[in-house]
Write a protein that binds this ligand. Structure first.
Ligand code: SDX
Length: 375
């Protein structure tokens, strides 16, 4: 008899408090440190949102200038990090190379060996900005390596979003593209105790270091039930081909008991609060690139899914086609998610350090009764 107190997947279980964000399915809302994410996406840079998640308040003008200067000074990759990435087979998934690169950053951080070097708040504040600055350089390096292209060095005259696109494509895209990209980063930044963030918190709860916690979070995010869904959305679009095939494709997929990537959510049951904002950004990209066919397919599959399963899209559904229109390789989509979520991950890691409580749930044993060797 399974214990009725068992909540598989921790569904619906509140395991701790947090002051970082509030995900409210009743009001279909998401607040970062009290601010609605829609307002932040409309009015703030990604740097401002990162600062807010870490420090609890938006930066003053002077604080923002200093923060931007610090982040821009930390973007260049160490040759040893590049070599660690180069040692990963180019056929491996980019999330594997990203995971390896972050692990290498930890190996290179000699301050971890200082007394209290792992938990020192000042050192960790610096590490968070360092990770924020390094991930775009790593993600861009990995995509260009996969295309057989030389890396593009970061530019300290560009803001975070624009520099990320510069390093990836070697050219500066139009403002409409930069802004849609910024919106996606703000929306992906934080989402309370999702699987990858909770993974990071479990690792941090043992008082392990921030790089180990982020490496674990990257592993969790790769999964198609979590961050890997934005990539999988485009694989589905490729299978469907055009809008008029959406219903037939969906009927077949559902008959095969497939999960339709980009749809459903463990917490939001009446739609993901972030989707309307990201869909608006997608619409601007569709107009910019004259790709009405992409939006027609998007709408056809969403409508078919609503009619058959009454399951609504999550953020990964509009993000996938948006990143595709921006020119990113499909396998780069989840690394982009990681480059945004590094802010939420690190904020939660530091909150877990402050809580100073090991995460260790119980299990109900249902294996063989006690028995003994017959020797
Ligand atoms: C993210 O947690 C977060 O906050 C995550 C995230 C973040 O910002 O960190 O929001 C990012 O990970 C978004 C989710 C991305 N994943 C996907 O798009 C993958 C497809 N989605 C499903 O795998 C599913 O919806 C989950 C995993 C996201 C949530 O699943 P739940 O809450 O465990 O619900 P369930 O799997 O128990 O489904 C309930 C029913 C089932 O039907 P029955 O077996 O009861 O008949 O709904 C069905 C499911 O089969 N269902 C789906 C479906 N999602 C749910 N059926 C087909 N396709 C789907 N996408």
């Amino acid at each position: 008899m399974t214990d009725p107190d068992i909540h598989k997947g921790l569904a619906g279980v509140v395991v701790d408090t947090t002051t970082i964000s509030s995900v409210n399915p009743q009001t279909n809302s998401l607040l970062y440190r009290g601010y609605p994410v829609q307002e932040l996406a409309a009015h703030c840079s990604f740097e401002e949102v990162a600062y807010l998640l870490w420090h609890g308040e938006l930066p003053t003008a002077d604080e923002l200038v200093a923060f931007e200067a610090l982040e821009r000074s930390l973007r260049t990759l160490d040759d040893r990090t590049r070599r660690a990435i180069d040692d990963v087979p180019v056929t491996a998934h980019p999330m594997d190379a990203l995971r390896t690169a972050v692990s290498q950053l930890g190996g290179l951080d000699t301050t971890l060996q200082q007394p209290d070097g792992i938990l020192d708040p000042a050192l960790n504040d610096g590490r968070a900005v360092y990770l924020l600055a390094q991930l775009p350089s790593i993600v861009a390096y990995i995509q260009r390596r996969g295309r057989g292209l030389e890396p593009v060095e970061p530019r300290d005259d560009l803001d975070f979003s624009r520099n990320f696109l510069w390093m990836t494509f070697g050219e500066l895209p139009d403002d409409v593209v930069v802004d849609a990209f910024r919106v996606s980063l703000v929306l992906y930044a934080e989402h309370s105790f999702n699987a990858s963030t909770f993974t990071a918190r479990v690792i941090a709860s043992t008082l392990s270091d921030v790089y180990s916690a982020v490496t674990g979070a990257i592993g969790a995010l790769k999964g198609p039930l979590h961050g890997g869904a934005n990539e999988a959305v485009m694989h589905a679009f490729a299978e469907i081909g055009s809008a008029d095939n959406a219903e037939t494709w969906l009927d077949t997929a559902l008959a095969e008991k497939r999960k339709i990537m980009g749809f459903g959510h463990r917490v939001y049951k009446n739609g993901d609060s972030r989707v309307p904002t990201m869909r608006s950004a997608l619409e601007r990209l569709v107009e910019h690139y004259d790709r009405a066919d992409m939006l027609a397919l998007y709408d056809a599959l969403e409508n078919a899914m609503a009619a058959r399963k009454n399951i609504k899209p999550n953020l990964d559904y509009p993000s996938g086609p948006a990143y595709s229109l921006m020119g990113f390789d499909t396998e780069t989509f989840t690394p982009l998610f990681a480059a945004a979520r590094i802010t939420g991950w690190t904020a939660h890691i530091f909150e877990q350090y402050a809580a100073n409580s090991l995460i260790r749930p119980l299990s109900q044993y249902t294996g063989p009764e006690e028995r003994h060797l017959e020797r």
